[in-house]
Design a protein around this ligand. Structure first.
Ligand code: LLP
Length: 449
């Protein structure tokens, strides 16, 4: 599977946006995250255009949790998207990229007072309210700051998205948002309307992530429009905004076929319009928050092959070949967390048939298999493996497990590679590591006296 601007160059190597990936691995070291700028921009544009053509009153907020750096904020801003942030850290990153606060929504099921204060003081577009305590806290913070804060009320639409349970959020039994069925959502709207420092702007939901069909989104639109109607009838309030979250899936493997943006937009726009018509409601601004769909397929991670081992397998006759690489669950915890699957290309032998079954393992002190039983060429130490579709929730979820350094991130465009996140150094590892003074300059005490 070749994605975006990827091709196999005359040297038989994987090239991305005109950059030879084997050269990049040599120059910058591995593991290395590569992000294809054209793909990010093209997906921002196509997603937006797909909806502009079918439901012009719409706003696309990129979900920063998928991949956020200051350069990414610049791209999002240049492409005319809004930004969804899920913590003070994401908000801080955006504000320090001079991303316009008036285009930022803040999420979170447990926002701290500090986070709410930061939101109030920076004048962001919306705080997406998640619970009653937060509603009260935000109301008094806004009052104290003499401001009015626009809010969306996050609701749990009671839709099961049929994705991995850790990334399902739309069902009724969830920590996120106000339950619609038990009346909490209506009560939240009522309290917002009664709070002079809060301005009710609409409702929000997010059903789940890596969704490969449109069913859950259609179910959510239906539930949310019904709620809009109930809000209007019972409280006389209009939802200016209907935010249906993100969730559209990407191709991790060639056999995965998420709906194209245009088809997704067709389905969403038509079911929204017919629901609104049915209930005789005015068209709200449709907001969405795609994260993975924007950056997932733009990313590739390069690794160097190290130890290779062939072992007998227990379940059946035969052997399994473990190819260990120089990264693993620290740069991509998704296989462990969500049973995520990936595909690879051997970057330095991209033109050779990938007809051998191997298992790509990480370097961590546990069974961190990155890809179980995948196809590759005959591998040897020093080969460069490119794992596809690592643009979303890889860099974002990277850790220093085993005190492994987080890789650099390069942004590729037209044969140029720019470092947008530097590789960590050993000094970085110790930057916050403190030895209390009583441990310094004192000889080891012994128990024996
Ligand atoms: N909006 C809200 C409120 C969300 O909670 C999320 C994702 C999104 C938008 C963006 O969803 P996307 O379009 O990227 O599917 N770490 C997991 C994914 C967790 C998603 C959490 N919320 C993973 O690696 O699959």
């Amino acid at each position: 599977m070749l994605l975006g601007t990827q091709k196999i160059n005359a040297a038989g190597r994987l090239e991305i946006s005109g950059c030879d990936t084997v050269e990049l691995a040599r120059q910058y070291g591995t593991p290395l995250y590569l992000m294809d700028e054209m793909v990010i921009r093209e997906r921002c544009r196509r997603y937006k255009q797909a909806f502009d053509e079918r439901y012009p009153k719409n706003i696309i907020c990129y979900a920063g949790k998928a991949f956020l750096t200051r350069t990414m904020c610049k791209i999002v801003e240049q492409e005319g998207l809004y930004l969804d942030v899920a913590s003070a850290g994401e908000l801080y990153t955006a504000l320090h990229a001079d991303f316009p606060a008036s285009r930022i929504n803040l999420h979170g099921n447990n926002k701290s007072v500090d986070e709410l204060e930061m939101a109030v003081n920076s004048g962001i577009a919306h705080v997406v309210l998640d619970n009653f305590a937060e509603l009260e806290a935000l109301s008094s913070l806004a009052r104290a700051a003499n401001r009015t804060v626009d809010v969306l009320v996050r609701c749990a639409p009671g839709v099961d998205p049929h994705t991995h349970k850790f990334i399902s959020t739309g069902q009724a039994d969830t920590k996120f948002g106000f339950n619609i069925k038990d009346g909490s959502a209506m009560e939240a709207v009522r309290r917002v309307l009664a709070a002079p420092s809060l301005s009710f702007d609409g409702i929000h939901c997010h059903v789940g992530s890596q969704l490969l069909d449109t069913d859950a989104h259609v179910g959510a639109v239906d539930a949310m429009v019904r709620l809009m109607k109930e809000i209007y009838d019972t409280l006389g309030a209009t939802c200016n905004v209907l935010n249906i979250g993100g969730g559209l899936g990407v191709r991790y493997r060639s056999n995965q076929t998420p709906p194209e943006f245009e088809r997704f937009a067709d389905v969403i726009a038509s079911s929204l319009k017919s629901d609104l018509e049915k209930f005789e409601l005015e068209l709200p601004t449709l907001q969405q928050e795609p994260g993975r769909a924007i950056v997932g397929e733009a990313g590739v991670t390069l690794y160097s092959v190290g130890a290779i081992k062939t072992v007998p397998i227990m379940e059946a006759p035969g052997t399994r070949t473990y190819v260990s690489v120089d990264g693993g669950m620290s740069d991509n915890p998704r296989p462990q967390l969500y049973d995520a699957v990936y595909e690879l290309i051997v970057a330095n032998k991209a033109n050779q048939p990938h007809d051998q079954v191997v298992t790509i393992a990480g370097k961590h002190c546990e069974t961190d298999v990155l890809i179980m039983d995948t196809l590759a060429t005959e591998l040897e130490p020093g080969d460069i493996i490119a794992v596809q579709t690592t643009g979303a929730y890889n860099y974002a979820m990277a850790s220093n497990y085993n005190k492994v350094l987080k890789p650099a991130v390069l942004l590729l465009l037209d044969g140029e590679a720019d470092v947008i996140v530097e590789r960590e150094t050993f000094e970085d590892l110790l930057r916050h590591d403190v030895i209390p003074s009583r441990f310094l300059g004192v000889r080891q005490l012994t128990q024996t006296g």
